[in-house]
Design a binder for this molecule. Structure first.
Ligand code: FES
Length: 103
């Protein structure tokens, strides 16, 4: 397990927001929901759209291109045209900051 520091909780991401980040050349969408952080790959599994430009609601991210929806906590694809789930990554947050493991 290799934790990468992303920033302090205060400065990193506001509640209900999404942030595009890159860790070791992997495009990641970071989400903050009810004070918790979640991370998925930032590229939709349908075609090449950035999920960080999508719409976040009720723990789901809606792709901006064809409105496919994923559960950001599990990566599960929830509707057509999606056929493939999304990669998720472990995130931890403590007094030192927010960290992600992409292994
Ligand atoms: Fe995301 Fe089509 S590119 S639903």
């Amino acid at each position: 397990m290799a934790w990468h520091f992303l920033g302090t909780q205060d400065e990193l991401l506001g509640e209900g927001k999404i942030k595009a980040i890159t860790v070791e050349n992997t495009p990641i969408a970071l989400y903050r929901i009810d004070g918790q952080y979640f991370a998925t790959n930032n590229i939709c599994t349908h075609q090449t759209a950035l999920l960080s430009e999508g719409f976040l609601e009720d723990g789901c991210i809606e792709c901006p291109l064809h409105q496919g929806r994923f559960d950001v906590r599990t990566g599960k694809a929830l509707c057509a045209p999606l056929k493939e789930d999304l990669q998720t990554y472990l995130v931890k947050a403590d007094d030192e900051g927010v960290f992600i493991d992409i292994t």
